[in-house]
Structure formats: C-alpha cells, structure tokens
Design a protein around this ligand. Structure first.
Ligand code: PRF
Length: 376
C-alpha cells in the first residue's frame, strides 16, 4: 500500500491524498459505506458503483465470521469475489462489534469469549485468530483487534484497557507477519489508538501506535456517546502525533458535521452506519440540513427529494412520493433513502477534497457546518 499526501490545507490540518492498493486508488478524504454482512444494505452493486462511486467499502469480521462463515468465503475466493466488488474493502476486526452486539462476553488477556447474536453459540476471538479470519475474508485493509471502551469510562479501566489493546497489537503484528495473504494481493494492517476521553492516555496510545510502523493508523473509542467537543479534542491530540505520511482513519464517525470537523483536524478516512441506518428510518441528510421524510409536512410536496441531484433518485422521485413509500412501509422507500444518503456523504467528502486542493477548505467547512446544522 502506498499513501501520497497531495496537499495540506494551510488554515487547518485537512489533507488531500491518494492511497494505492492492489485493488486501485482511494482518494482521501473518503467516506467508506458500511457493508457489514457483504452488502451495503439495500443498495445494488450497480448503484453503488455508478451512482455513489466509493473507492472503498467496509465489511465486518464479527458478522462475516458468524455468517456466511469462513468456509464459504474461502471457497468463494474471498469477500471481493463473493460479493462481486472489485474495488477496495476494509474489514473491522470485531473489536467493536463483540462489545456492541453480542450478548454476554468475557474479556481477558488472551482474548474475548462471546455469544453470537444470531444463535447464542459461544466463540472466542484472539488477536491471532482475528488476523487469520481477516486473511480469509481478504480485505485490502484489515484492523487490529482492540477493546473499544464505553463512555463514560473510569480512568483506571481506560488505562488498563489501552495497555491491553497495545499488547494485543503486538500479537496482531507478529501473527499477521507470519500468515501470508490467501488470494494473491497484499493486505495492510492498521492499528487502533484507544484511551477513552483522557488526553494523557490518548497521547500515550498515539505514540505507541505511531511507533508500530504500520501503513495506516486508526482512531477508535470515539463517537461512543461523548459530546462532540470531547471527540474533537481527542482527535486533535492524536493527529498531532500520528505520522503525517500515513492515512488516518477515524472509526465509526459520524454525522456530516462530525466528518467535516474531523477532516479539519487531519483525519483522512471515515465510516459510519448513520447514512444507511438513518435512511431506513426515513432521515435524509442534505447540504441544507436533515429531513424526516415521514413528517406530514411533506405529504403534498412534489419537489424533488434533493434539488442538488447528486444521485439519480434525488430528482427521479418527489418528497411526497418518498413519504408515501415510508408511510406504506414499502421497501423501495428505504432503498431510495439509502442511495440518497450515501450519495450525499460521498459528495461531501469529495467536495471537502476539492476545497482542500483549491485552498479554501476552512471557509467552505465553516459555511457547510452552519448550513447543515438544521432540521428542514
Ligand atoms: N474499534 C474498532 N471498531 C470500531 C471502533 C473501535 O473503537 C469504533 C468506535 N467508534 C467504531 N468501530 N475495532
């Protein structure tokens, strides 16, 4: 993997770069649509490619390991072939899903014992077997196994957990290096900074992660319920330490405003379920604020979903029609809203990149943040 930093904004820490892997290039800043179980929910590959057009999407180790399971993925020749996606994929390690989804779980130095949210069966994830699992899934970028601490988190717990995440990282790297890739292309391992909302821990963790010499670095443990200002303060501490010449990925963030603010703090990559999950609940993001399409106010509004027309659904259908689909619980409603929201998120990060390159990112960002902070 290669990262070429094209330009850094003089008035903020925003950067524009290009990541190159065996599955092509990724222009940063980038939003990565979440395809948890080998599908970006409700979106066909043709729309994903032609309309939303991301250079990379995300998959989840926890889910794929439980279903369809590794034997199927390996027999398919990896996740790219299984879902017929020939661009980049990143998989999360399960270090978050195990805590947020599975029922009872037990964490110890060796790893995490958990119960499947599907059938209650017991499983054990360790730094080593998570590396092997991600070799079998075959994503281009794979994540280290970590513990994502909850918010709020007691200082001593956060400190102990952070040190364990660092020890797990050492085990991940060691095992990753001795397990070759399975499908003829290379994979890159990203470590994850933890440390909850404590500046000294974040600093310590960022230094540890920076010294691991990885090809890219991630920031975890944020957007778990803390106020946005606390998230930004932590991002700022961490990006000041992580290497300039490696991509930085902020995991599970966030709203369109969170994304712009974190780009300004030097983050290059983002993922979040928000555009798709909220779409399924009838919430649309636009450049002028968010819309609850289920509101009666749209009943006879025959204007396009979004005048900007970023994706074809935006001008193909009216607000009144989309509201009707939600009111009737038609699945097409969720599909239209998902395409719209993902199209908007990708538009937003592409525009951010254009403005970083043009040199007016800071002004544009302030204008957009004000403009988007509304409910229409
Ligand atoms: N760790 C991992 N995945 C994640 C997170 C984390 O801390 C987060 C936190 N927002 C989202 N996804 N492995």
């Amino acid at each position: 993997m290669q990262f070429d930093l094209k330009i850094t904004d003089p008035k903020s820490k925003a950067r524009a770069g290009v990541i190159t892997t065996d599955h092509g290039t990724i222009e940063t800043p980038i939003f990565m649509p979440v395809g948890t179980v080998a599908t970006v929910k409700g979106v066909h590959q043709s729309e994903l490619k032609d309309e939303i057009n991301p250079d990379i999407i995300l998959g989840n180790t926890y889910h794929l390991y439980l279903r369809p399971k590794l034997e199927t993925l390996e027999a398919a020749g990896g996740l790219h072939k299984f879902m017929n996606w020939d661009r980049n994929i990143l998989t999360d390690s399960g270090g978050y899903q195990v805590y947020s989804l599975s029922g009872r779980r037990k964490i110890n130095e060796e790893g995490v014992k958990f119960k499947s949210h599907i059938d209650g069966s017991t499983h054990f994830f360790t730094p080593e077997n998570v590396m092997e699992t991600q070799r079998t899934i075959g994503a281009d970028i794979i994540m280290a196994f970590d513990e994502c601490t909850p918010y709020p988190c007691d200082y001593n717990y956060a400190k102990r957990s952070m040190h364990m995440t660092h020890r797990w990282l050492d085990r991940c790297i060691k095992h990753f290096e001795k397990t070759p890739p399975k499908y003829g292309y290379s994979q890159s391992l990203f470590p994850i900074v933890q440390g909850s909302t404590y500046k000294d821990l974040r600093k310590q963790s960022a230094e540890y992660i920076a010294n691991s010499g990885a090809e890219g670095n991630a920031i975890g443990g944020l957007s778990v319920g803390e106020p946005a200002e606390e998230m930004y303060a932590m991002t700022e501490v961490v990006t000041a330490i992580l290497p300039e010449d490696k991509p930085r990925y902020l995991m599970g963030v966030g709203t369109p405003i969170n994304i712009l603010e974190n780009i300004a703090l030097g983050v290059d990559m983002f993922d979040c379920v928000m555009p798709t999950r909220n779409a399924r609940n009838g919430m649309l993001f636009t450049a002028h604020g968010s819309i609850n399409i289920k509101n009666k106010k749209w009943e006879k509004d025959f204007s396009p979903i979004d005048e900007m027309g970023i994706t074809w659904v935006d001008t193909m259908y009216s607000k009144a029609y989309l509201r009707h689909l939600f009111a009737s619980r038609e699945m097409l409603g969720k599909q239209i809203a998902s395409i719209h929201n993902l199209g908007f998120y990708l538009w937003l990060t592409r525009e951010a990149r254009k403005h970083i390159i043009a040199g007016d990112f800071a002004e544009w960002k302030d204008k957009m943040v004000k403009q988007m902070d509304k409910r229409l």
